[in-house]
Write a protein that binds this ligand. Structure first.
Ligand SMILES: Nc1ncnc2c1ncn2[C@@H]1O[C@H](COP(=O)(O)OP(=O)(O)O)[C@@H](O)[C@H]1O
Ligand SMILES: [Mg+2]
Length: 226
């Protein structure tokens, strides 16, 4: 049985204007990711990996083409959405993991992971935060502040936070780029297995061939010619 695409990217393009120079970062790119499946995005620095993820997050506006994300009872089209509805989409339906963890330094580990539930008035999911942290081997770190944790531990907290709302889409921008080999494979395992088990589509940018090979599909971006 082929699964319906949860995420559908159709002929999208994105450029930046640098003075008089136009930089075409994404040109006529199309792909689909089914629910519970994963796509890794590879390419040299400057090839547009972060730009693509920011488009998928609704942080940047498309020049042309469209992205659609299947939600419970509707299909969200990025092209026709205004900035406010893209912000709501991101807050409610998209998890994001960054290279440098981006935890809130003044909140404890548990408070960081609960944050998406608080912001969305989902008190029902607040208890889920400590369950997730337990599953990720962090049950004895709940009340610590992020700066007490190793990089690998901080990234596991960030993955738990991104998963809390069980979003249909999880984006990860070089999530293992700042970790040693052992922590890198631990974090990658958590990301891929959690998304698969919870039917979350995962799009992950990485420089690591090993991590990229864990995805169902690989996408290679090239440095754009000036
Ligand atoms: N806000 C911006 N304004 C102008 N150029 C940008 C901007 N953001 C990124 N770029 C350029 O777009 C290209 C792709 O960048 P990026 O998406 O960050 O690539 P990657 O994540 O693969 O390193 C690079 O040439 C970068 O310099
Ligand atoms: Mg980048």
């Amino acid at each position: 049985m082929t699964r319906a695409s949860a995420l559908s990217v159709k002929q999208i393009s994105k450029h930046y204007q640098d003075g008089s120079r136009q930089i075409n970062v994404i040109s006529d790119l199309s792909f689909n990711v089914a629910a519970g499946e994963s796509l890794s995005v590879m390419g040299p620095s400057g090839s547009g990996k972060s730009t693509l993820l920011n488009l998928l997050a609704g942080l940047l506006e498309l020049d042309s083409g469209d992205i659609t994300l299947a939600l419970k009872d509707e299909s969200f089209s990025y092209r026709t959405a205004n900035e406010r509805s893209r912000t709501m989409l991101r807050r409610q339906h998209i998890g994001y993991v960054y290279q440098f963890f981006n935890l809130v330094p003044t909140l404890t580990v548990l408070e960081n992971v609960r944050l998406p539930a608080r912001l969305n008035n989902r008190r029902d999911l607040e208890r889920h935060a400590s369950t997730l942290l337990g599953e990720f081997g962090l049950s004895d770190r709940l009340n610590d502040f992020p700066d007490r944790l190793s990089g690998g531990e901080q990234q596991r907290v960030a993955v738990a936070r991104a998963l809390l709302l069980k979003p249909p889409l999880l984006l990860a921008d070089e999530p293992t780029g700042n970790l040693d080999a052992e922590n890198s494979s631990h974090v990658a395992d958590l990301l891929f297995s959690s998304c698969r088990e919870q039917n979350i589509s995962l799009v992950l940018a990485t420089h690591s061939n090993e991590v990229a090979a864990m995805a169902d599909t690989q996408l290679q971006l090239d440095r754009q010619s000036p």
